[in-house]
Design a protein around this ligand. Sequence first.
Ligand SMILES: [Zn+2]
Length: 448
Amino acid sequence: MEKADLTIEHGIVYTMDQNQAVIDDGAIVITGNRIVDIGKTEEIKQKFSANKCIDASDKVILPGFVNAHNHQYSNIGKHNPTFEGGLYEFCNRLYQSLEDMGEEEYYYASMNGAINLVKSGCTTNIDSVEMNADQCAPGFLQAYDELGMRGIYSRTISDVNWVAVGLPGAEVTYLEDADEAAQSTVELINTWTGHDRLSVWPGLSYPPSSSDKLVENVSEICKKTSTGLAIHMSETSFDEDYWKQEKGASHFQYYDRNFDILENHVLAAHCCWVDEEDMRIMKQTGVHVAHCAWSNMHGAGTAPIFRFLEEGINVCLGTDDIWDVIVNMNFTLLAHNMEGDGWSILDAYKVLEMATINGARALGLEKEIGSLEVGKKADIVLFDMNQTNVVPYRNSIHRLIVEFGTSNNIHTVIIDGKVVLENREVLTVDESRVIRDYKASVARLIGY
Ligand SMILES: [Zn+2]
């Protein structure tokens, strides 16, 4: 008998691999932080004896979900009562209330948000931090380290005042010097290079807030440090009007004509207002789209997901300003039916791919996570099918998960081989303490 650290047995294994393999009464074997075997439970039991065994009867075993666009600071912004005035007035109110946010506040916001994400089955999250990014970085990285989550901190830079570009309702922004911010970003990337679960990317904020010089600097950072780039593209109609009026081209076309930034590994959030030429550029340069259905439905626009899929553009999912990936999957599945006059909703399996392997690809991590395969890192979710919202189950289990599932079905979450959530209880940190301390931290920052 071979020794192993952990086996998960008697589950329905949704590998999300290239063959779309599903194994009934399947098992997974983990040693250290890696998957060392997958197969039928009876065969696995004859080969391995493990220190711990989890019974996954009535559960689907899935790769951990990847959240490809998020802002942990918006967690504090949940107090912002309304979207009145549109996106930029909303951001304006939010940013004003967060002016004094630093390491401590960001630690608690990150921890609170990350716990909520884990409880919805998310094992990897990228966080775009657009204000006080150097001060907040240690808080984010410490929280993710303690919780045991996989994460990327996108240290995001702005150097052009929103007022100057005429954003409706925008009065404040967090401006940095393009050269100093670039230097500081490289230092942060280097500090975290080599960490098992955590890394740092550069980021560009709301695009009109980036000077040409900053775009060049950030492109250089990506090349020098081999990191990806997180960016917002074509989120609102105002965005595209701005680029066309001020620069004479759409955002994608302006960048394509004048810079080499799209040649990097670019993860573009939203992409609601792109045209056919933009899509040609996206396909040619290999841009990955973080589709944010929940967020876009507040009024930003509708991303042409069917066209992206037809073109072979990689589409993954981002929650933007919520911390529940299953809610976002529900919205993704159904939102696009409103585009047409028929019953052509997205295929649920496709949505599951967006939340797993496509997300891993968008973060440059597809060799390590995103599917359940021997040799990959053990980021694994157990989805409980023995609950009222999904019984009876037999066929089309992916549809039950994506259309009828909620985070209450997430039973167990393993990240990097370590059990972080078991029977919906967080094992690595004290959740009630986090809620208490987070509330106190927010009260100190915004007054309640
Ligand atoms: Zn965003």
